[in-house]
Design a protein. Sequence first.
Length: 207
Amino acid sequence: MNVNLNLASKPFNNRVLPWILTAVILMVSFVGLIIVFQLTTTTRRESNAIQVELNTLKQKEQGLLTKAEQVKDALGTDQQQSLKAAHQLVDRKRFSWSRLLSDLESAMPDNVRVSRIAVREVSSQGGQTVAILDLTVFSKGYESVDGMIKEMDRNGIFRADIVSQNLQKGRGEIGTEYDVAVVYRPRASFASESLAGLNDQTSGEKK
């Protein structure tokens, strides 16, 4: 028995499959659009929340600055000077001569000696004590003083610049005195210890 199948006269057609594929593609695209929309909405919401928080912080900052200006304007000239003097007194209490001399000794060469040292100003910058020093050193050669300044800069505690130099004779020595302007920044660990010591001292006085 012979069976003849003529595909040319009756071709095979599956009309359901293309519609199924189209429906799947549309569904995936729709789900993707929903996900993108949700992510965009979430990102926009977070951005708006951050912007609102920044605006609030700016308003608080401006309010504090305004109050500070009002307090400053309310103080008379004498009161402002007294307040400045009080701040300077607190800063000077945080300053330690023993620590300064120890740091100087570590940066000072054997053939350079200190003739005079004076603290011109002590202040607090960003929670760190900063002192302006007038330093006079004596040496027989410039190379030693130059090496001292480089060592100071390398340690990061001092920043030194030679202001002037004067030839000195006497006491059986011939050399040169150098006036050096120094910015002294004690290390952060020491500043914390000094502040803690000051607080302990204040607490003891109150008791």
